[in-house]
Design a protein around this ligand. Sequence first.
Ligand SMILES: O=P(O)(O)O[C@@H]1C[C@H](O)[C@@H](CO)O1
Ligand SMILES: Nc1nc2[nH]cnc2c(=O)[nH]1
Length: 301
Amino acid sequence: MENNNSPTQAAEHDQKIDPRNYDDILAVVASIKEQVGEETARSDIGIICGSGLGPIGDTVQEPTILPYSKIPGFPTTHVVGHKGNMIFGKLGGKKVVCLQGRFHPYEHNMDLALCTLPVRVMHQLGIKIMIVSNAAGGINAVLRHGDLMLIKDHIFLPALAGFSPLVGCNDPRFGARFVSVHDAYDKQLRNLAIEVGRRSNMTLYEGVYVMSGGPQYESPAEVSLFKTVGADALGMSTCHEVTVARQCGIKVLGFSLITNIANLDADQSVEVSHEEVMDIAKQAGERASSFVSDIVQELSL
Ligand SMILES: O=P(O)(O)O[C@@H]1C[C@H](O)[C@@H](CO)O1
Ligand SMILES: Nc1nc2[nH]cnc2c(=O)[nH]1
């Protein structure tokens, strides 16, 4: 096993995988178990590191690192800041599998089933809880650069327009056909996060995350639209992963790291860039990662 930090790894296998085929997903899981060993692969908690939680992967103890390029069906990650490794090991005494890098629909022709393959794989590896994070633009006026927002609900904009990861997954073994996303962000887990944050004097907001398709950032009029419908922060990920996790019966805890303030005023020229997003994510990432480690330590499974 090696650590491959290249953002564009070429696949090192030629097995064709259909992310909408349940047996193909079992084949991916079998390959992972064969490469890292059954016991190493068995995990209780899954963590998807968005742009803001990358450092947490580097704090996993007794790590076994499997580059995505060695996992059949895993596409290449193209986004700078997303390393492309599956890391098995321990965090806060718990068995975790950490995804250092996620698949954004805009990178993969809006193939949401493909982008959620890692969630289905982690489910098969045994996870009961999934922690997701993302970099997001703050809409709510209270949010500042570097703040952490606990996600209490979401607006999954692509899915409202038919781009759902559940489309085409017709095998009943996937779970319910019509998945409830009420209480998608587990209340008990959110309460635990609030308690851990309080103890460490961390300012933690709670709000609604909206996922747009990206990859362009939003115009002021679009930001105003999202504000009107009750969104507090906006990004380009997470909701597809959470929807699939709920179909699998996995409990979810989600965070947004506020990397920029979304502009509401068309007369004001404010340029958002991925460099700014990465820069703030880097500054706040260590703190966010140590907060998540503290939460993991206190999770009861
Ligand atoms: O994976 P996340 O959601 O943290 O990545 C963010 C959102 C976009 O993909 C990109 C925009 O800068 O970073
Ligand atoms: N869509 C979107 N994604 C982001 N990721 C980080 N900041 C932003 C933003 O302002 N908009």
